[in-house]
Ligand binder design. Structure first.
Ligand SMILES: Nc1ncnc2c1ncn2[C@@H]1O[C@H](COP(=O)(O)OP(=O)(O)OP(=O)(O)O)[C@@H](O)[C@H]1O
Ligand SMILES: Cc1cn([C@H]2C[C@H](O)[C@@H](COP(=O)(O)O)O2)c(=O)[nH]c1=O
Length: 212
């Protein structure tokens, strides 16, 4: 796929602060006159938001793990072809809340489907499109889940409601990914106050933009 823009993804456990920080980063990029889009997975466009609703519905407790992985990959495919790739072709900066690493950590590692196997499913969906940069928001699952339940801003979905043990596995999965992709994934301490996390993420992204 033609790749002129910059594809930046944001990863981490539940409640790590990704959505809050990305919104501020997007604002700053706009203020600097950079062309950027802010999007998320699963979702970002009509069809993928509908798939998101199916995956996250608390009534869908019977959903098979592989079905879950395939649905995330399907949502990813549509989102890529309809939104991410066109923006990249226009040379835009794409800020995406979660991408392939979520599938590897949640479905591959925590669900136990296998990271290699989940990568294989996803290769069919994304081809060779990988992020230029991934920022991992490092926070313990306990602290992230506490933030979400304290905020009361959003309803907890089927994945949020998984056991603490599941979320600890997700965290372990991310640690493996950090080791596997040291050139692509940069970690930031997300337990710090919001202003500090935002500044650190802004520094990481700014240095990436300078190097482009
Ligand atoms: N550094 C921070 N310190 C304290 N609270 C924070 C911090 N960052 C975000 N929060 C709060 O934590 C809650 C979760 O933040 P946010 O929705 O941005 O996380 P997220 O990583 O997008 O979570 P999820 O992936 O589960 O949707 C929000 O109420 C937000 O205001
Ligand atoms: C892309 C993707 C996401 N997930 C999980 C991770 C979260 O529990 C939800 C997304 O909710 P958020 O509030 O937008 O962070 O979905 C996953 O398990 N696998 C994936 O590929």
């Amino acid at each position: 796929m033609l790749n002129k823009g910059i594809f930046i993804t944001f990863e981490g456990p539940e409640g790590a602060g990704k959505t809050t920080v990305i919104a501020e980063i997007y604002k700053r990029l706009e203020q600097e006159g950079k062309k950027a889009i802010l999007t998320r997975e699963p979702g970002g466009i009509r069809i993928s938001e509908k798939i998101r609703g199916i995956i996250h519905d608390n009534e869908h407790q019977e959903m098979d793990g592989m079905t879950e992985a395939l649905l995330y990959a399907a949502a990813r495919r549509q989102h890529l072809v309809e939104k991410v790739v066109p923006a990249m072709k226009e040379g835009q900066i794409v800020l995406c809340d979660r991408f392939i690493d979520s599938s590897l950590a949640y479905q591959g590692y925590a669900r136990g489907l296998g990271m290699e196997e989940v990568m294989t499913i996803n290769s069919f969906a994304i081809g060779d499109t990988m992020p230029d940069l991934t920022i991992f928001f490092d926070i313990t699952p306990e602290e992230g889940l506490r933030r979400i339940s304290n905020s009361g801003e959003r309803e907890q979905n089927r994945l949020d409601n998984e056991t603490l043990q599941f979320h600890e596995k997700v965290y372990e999965g991310y640690q493996l990914l950090l080791k596997k992709f040291p050139d692509r994934i940069v970690s930031t301490d997300a337990s710090k106050p919001l202003s500090e996390v935002t500044e650190n993420v802004w520094k990481i992204i700014s240095s990436q933009l300078i190097n482009k």
